[in-house]
Write a protein that binds this ligand. Sequence first.
Ligand code: GLY
Length: 356
Amino acid sequence: MLHDLKHLHSILADLPKAQLFVLTDSHTAEYCLPILADFIGKIPYHLLTIEAGEQSKNLASVQAVWDFMLKHRATREAVLINLGGGMITDLGGFAAATYMRGIRFVNIPTTLLAMVDASSGGKTGIDYQGIKNVIGTFTPPVATLIHPEFLRTLPATELLSGFAEMLKHALIASPKEWIKLLQLAQEELPQEQFVEALSSTGALQASIQIKENVVSQDPHEVGLRKILNFGHTVGHAIESTMLHHTTPRYTMLHQTSHGYCVLWGMVAEVYLSVVHTGCPREVLQQLTQIMLQWYGKPQCDCKQRDQLIQRMYQDKKNNANQTPNFTLLRNIGEPIINQYLTEEDINEALEYLFSL
Ligand code: GLY
C-alpha cells in the first residue's frame, strides 16, 4: 500500500500496536528523523540508529535490531518504521520479518532509489559472505510512505542512481513515461528544479506505480516480476566487480553505484535487445546519450570482461544450468523474460558498452 507521509498518523492509528520502533541510519537520523518526528507527533517510540552505508547491511546489524527489540520487550504487536534508503528498508524489513516469526513494518524511503524500487515489493534481506541480498524474505510492508521533500537532502549521484531505475520502469512498461524522462534528462535542470519536476510531472508516482502493478501480479518473482530485472544481469556483475575492488576510489563509488551499474547494464542489454529481439536501434541511441551525458562510462575496464561474464554465470537469477538469464526488450513497454544468450553474444554487448 502506497501513501504520502502525511497519512502516517492514520495508518498508525489503524494498527493495534504494543510498541513503536524506528530504525534509521546515521544520515537519516540527522536529516530525516526531525521531519518524521513531526509526523509521528506524541506517539512514543524507541529509536535505533545504525551506521550509514552498504557495509552495515549484514547479520550483525540484524542482530542489533533483534537485541534492541528484545531489550524493549517487543511483542508480536510491535511495529517497526524503517526510515532510510534501500539498506535500511531491506535490513529493517528482514529484521521485522524474522523477529517472532514476523512483526509489521512501515517503510519510509528517503532516497529516490528506495522510493521507486527497494521500499515496495516486499523484498527484504542482507548481504552475506560478500554476496548482495543473498539472505532474505519476500515480506511486504504494511505501507510504504513517500515524502518527496526528502529528495532535497540528496547528492546528485544519489538522484541519478534512482533515476536509472525510473528509466528502467519506463523502458519495460511505458513509452509515454520514457518520453517524459527523456525530456527531463534533456532539460539539464538545476537539481532543485529537477527534484520538483519529478513530482510535478507525475514521473515519480508513475514509476512507483509501474513497480507496484508488476509486483501485485507476481509477488514472488515466478514469472512477470522478472521484467524488473532488466539491466540487472550485466548491472549486478559490474556492481559486484566494483564491490570486490579494494581501491579507495571504488569503495567510495559503490555507495551510490547501484543505479549507475543498472544504467550501464541496461545499455548492454538494450544492445542485446537490438541484436536478438528486434528492439529499435533508436532506443539504444537514446539510452547511450543519457549515459554519456549524465552517468559517464562504467568504472571497470575492458580487461575485466571475463570476470564480468563469470559473475553473470554465478547470478542468483540463473536457472539450474547456471546460464545467465536476461530480460530483453522487443520495444519500449514490451519486455521478454528468460532469454539465454551465449558468451559470445554477451561479450559483443560488453564490447559495445566499453567502446563508448
Ligand atoms: N528490484 C527488483 C524487484 O524488486 O523485483
